[in-house]
Design a binder for this molecule. Structure first.
Ligand SMILES: [Zn+2]
Ligand SMILES: [Zn+2]
Length: 134
């Protein structure tokens, strides 16, 4: 069981089961959404994600016809995104999880659009663009 919350603590949630497909995403969209060099994203099964509190403090940004991003309207913490092509999954932002995570990142994706000031120094696989299940 994993526990997560936003910066201000209004939104609290748990995840039961595994955290899947952890990736560092370097696309320009994730960089802007996080204000950083990359986002660390992962899939969890919809039925394993439960809000403890604060669900009504989420606000949404519909980024594309497929994808909507959800964040805390008080503190701005990015919590998750949903994609209509993958309704079985919730794509979480791993930095909001408090519990030690057992699973490990599998890859870097969208490295072709990474920030020019970022150097990737680990030996994980790097993919120029999207990689299914990454
Ligand atoms: Zn918050
Ligand atoms: Zn991205």
């Amino acid at each position: 069981m994993y526990y997560g919350n936003c910066l201000c603590g209004t939104i609290k949630f748990t995840i039961t089961g595994k955290i899947n497909d952890i990736v560092y995403c370097h696309c320009s969209q994730c960089r802007k959404a996080q204000g950083s060099a990359f986002a660390t994203n992962a899939n969890v099964k919809k039925e394993s994600f439960t809000f403890i509190s604060g669900e009504n403090n989420l606000t949404a940004y519909k980024y594309s016809a497929q994808q909507t991003k959800y964040f805390c309207k008080t503190c701005g913490s990015p919590i998750m995104s949903k994609n209509i092509n993958h309704p079985e999954n919730i794509r979480i932002r791993l930095g909001t999880i408090e519990t030690d995570i057992q699973e490990r990142p599998a890859a870097h994706i969208y490295t072709a659009s990474k920030a020019n000031w970022e150097t990737i120094n680990d030996s994980l696989p790097k993919y120029d663009e999207y990689k299914e299940n990454c």
